[in-house]
Design a binder for this molecule. Sequence first.
Ligand code: BTN
Length: 243
Amino acid sequence: ACVEVFDELSSTSDHALANMESFRNRMPALFVARQQTKGRGRGSRSWFAGDGALTFSALLSKADIPIEPIIWPRISLIAGVAMCQTLETYAAPDLLKVKWPNDVYLAGRKVCGILVEKRELTDPVLCLGVGVNVNNSLEHAPQEVQQRAIALTDVTHQQHFLPEILLEFLVRFRQLCTTNAVSVEPLLEYWRDHCLLTGRQVETVQGGQQIIGECHGIDANGALLVQTSSGQREIMSGEIVRW
Ligand code: BTN
């Protein structure tokens, strides 16, 4: 195992992936940056986070994730749930929600984004990148940012110790992977209770086709269920463009 902490890095995930080969025998490898200059989000978006945010990536091999590679798509959901549960320690649990596939929302706004990328060495390797707005208050950010995003401190009005949050997340992530190897039920149950989108009209695009309907939560494979006028659709991957 190895941990590297940087004052500044372009992106913890870029660093992890670019040097993956040299960490082959040192996984799980964890990279933490106090500041990222070119943080990446899902799709082709960027991820901005000011000083006081928690940003890290973990390189994980098959040996580090005690579930079969066939259910690795579930890792996305597991990571979102692990961070949601972690933040429940600090903010009122009813303020925290998960948004499919793996964002965490606090008081209706995004507090955490997760980016899971898969590569192959001889075996598959996962790069799990997590960004959480913690002490980087967004109260003075531009209006359009404030409408979409929030930091933990904006709700708790406290300064939080980043390593504690990181450690708690890692422990929960590992625990959830282990319980998931046995049964997906506890994960689904937590998801059902905390799903931001259930009961809402959602809009997504699949292969250029627009899908609009009411969200009915997720199925056992982690697909988002959307009830459209022509029947129920299972959304396996993609982005919710409106809700
Ligand atoms: C998203 O919501 O679009 C995902 C955001 C993921 C951001 C994290 S911050 C640490 C890691 N390094 C990156 O460049 N991105 C991820």
